[in-house]
Design a protein around this ligand. Structure first.
Ligand code: FAD
Length: 478
């Protein structure tokens, strides 16, 4: 293990950036809080629609009570489902407030509650209607299927939704190829589309002419429009406008290549270092598989027309990334993005600590190029099994020298037994995160690396006093 490779000069205190970052962080957190309040308010509002329609009177009989609870569960479940779709619509509003990682985290957390609510909706309605008509719930369901238009679509929707949630459970997901999981996940759209018709054709709450019907239509259409705009239209426009073409492929280490791409109007792309795009290399055998990769360098502009260069660094972690080592120059590339908050936009403090492992070092390298800090106010910690695994390590060393950042290379095998993000030798010497970054409690902390390792760093940073708004991380998995 090497400790400090590059000691930085002491910082000259400066007030201006602190204020800028604090203001920026306050505004971002306020936006995130507002979005959270709006999300929960939308669930309450869905229930309020039913109350305003006199739904609570249903509680006067046992049958009515089951039916009433079933309707409330359906309204809340559908509202959560729409929120889940909005969270993956990649809207700048959500991405800029909470970042891609956290939006996905919330999306996953809502999966099971919305499924349980939708299942409860079906079961409670069958019991409620059955009690009213003297039928058991199963016979009632069969009768509803046969008699009520669009009911079969609702049953198909529940089936699809169960498939999506089951394949999303972490232990199942890890065993599935990404492509299979992705296709099953696309069924969410079919699940929502098949759930909608019975909401308007059955029951009086959304009957024609009611304001409830207009509100419900509006939130369904707004969610669909956000998905179509940000996930389909914008990427198509960006691909046509920026005309990205592979210009060079450079081997950085065994199994790791940097791919440079030239393009147009890159000044409009807001792709600052550390953010990621979803790339689709338009070559035979590759075009159908999009991959998220972070920029490993700040975009370079050749001239004032916005012609310039982007760079990503890719590690061979599977079939698709292995193919990229052989991608030919001149290959056209479609993009979606940029996404994520792993950039200066997330800064809240004057000091910065960057901690990366393996291929996770590459977005940190890009961030290190331009994120503002005074000499002496940045610490960079690179972790790898060996020096060869500190990808782009030479670039990082050069940048640390130039910008006055302190650099640590932490190499060596992992600990056996108790899990730590540090190498075994560092743990035995009694080192902790604060040994390398003593001012971590007053720094922004950027963390990128394998999931379990990153979680261990995050908990070490929390333990050392860093607050939630100071922690910025990017997960490289799905
Ligand atoms: C936000 C983000 C930024 C990333 N940045 C980089 C980077 O800068 N450099 C780099 O080398 N890698 C990066 N990755 C990881 C990279 O996207 C995957 O390693 C790559 O897509 C693997 O594809 P494959 O076909 O080779 O692997 P597969 O054989 O399909 O799968 C190997 C592993 O890669 C992951 N994976 C595959 N496809 C995707 C996908 N579309 N989205 C998310 N994960 C996927 C899965 O976790 C899977 O376990 C990033 C991932 C994310 C989510």
């Amino acid at each position: 293990m090497k400790s400090s490779l590059q000691r930085a000069a002491p910082a000259t205190p400066s007030r201006a950036p602190v204020e800028r970052f604090r203001r920026q962080s306050r505004r971002r957190l306020l936006r995130a809080d507002l979005l959270t309040v709006m999300a929960w308010a939308s669930v309450s509002f869905a229930v309020a629609l039913w109350l305003a329609d006199g739904g609570a009177t249903g509680f006067s009989t046992p049958a009515g009570s089951f039916t009433a609870l079933g309707i409330v569960a359906g309204l809340a479940g559908m509202d959560l489902l729409l929120l889940m779709l909005l969270l993956v619509a990649r809207t700048p509003l959500i991405d800029g407030a909470v970042g891609h990682d956290r939006a996905l985290e919330f999306h996953r957390k809502l999966g099971k509650p919305s499924l349980y609510l939708l299942l409860a909706h079906g079961i409670l309605i069958a019991i409620g209607y059955g009690l009213a008509e003297g039928l058991d719930p199963v016979s009632e369901l069969v009768a509803l299927w046969a008699l009520v238009p669009d009911m079969w679509l609702a049953v198909v929707s529940i089936g699809l939704f169960i498939a999506v949630v089951v394949t999303s459970v972490v232990t199942v997901r890890r065993r599935l190829p990404y492509e299979f999981w992705y296709v099953v996940h696309l069924l969410t759209y079919a699940a929502v589309l098949t759930a909608i018709p019975h909401q308007f054709s059955v029951g009086g709450l959304f009957a024609e002419g009611t304001w409830q019907r207009w509100y419900w239509l509006a939130i369904c259409i707004a969610t669909g429009a956000a998905l179509a705009h940000y996930r389909v239209l914008e990427p198509l426009v960006a691909t046509v406008r920026h005309q990205l073409i592979v210009s060079r492929v450079v081997t950085e280490a065994p199994g790791v290549v940097s791919i440079e791409l030239t393009g147009r109007h890159l000044d409009e792309l807001a792709g600052s270092g550390g953010r990621f795009f979803i790339w689709r290399f338009l070559a035979p055998g590759m075009w159908w598989h999009p991959h998220p990769f972070s920029l490993s360098a700040e975009p370079v502009l050749f001239d004032s027309s916005g012609r310039g260069l982007l760079r990503i660094t890719v590690r061979n972690l599977g079939r698709g990334s292995a193919q990229l080592a052989r991608v030919k120059t001149g290959t056209r590339v479609a993009i979606e993005g940029p996404y994520g908050l792993f950039s200066t936009a997330a800064r809240s403090r004057n000091r910065v600590v960057m901690i990366g492992a393996g291929i996770g070092i590459t977005p940190l390298r890009a961030l290190l190029e331009r994120t503002p800090f005074e000499p002496g106010n940045a610490t960079v910690i690179l972790r790898g099994h060996s020096e060869e695994e500190l990808y782009l390590g030479d670039d990082v060393l050069e940048l640390c020298r130039r910008r006055g950042a302190t650099l640590f290379h932490l190499t060596g095998p992992r600990t056996t037994g108790e899990h730590s993000w540090l190498p075994e030798s560092a743990v035995h010497s009694g080192h902790r995160l604060a040994s390398y970054a003593p001012e971590i409690a007053d720094s922004d902390v950027y963390i990128c690396g394998p999931d379990a390792w990153a979680r261990s760093v995050i908990s070490a940073a929390r333990g050392a006093g860093a607050r939630e708004e100071q922690l910025h991380y990017e997960r490289f998995d799905w």
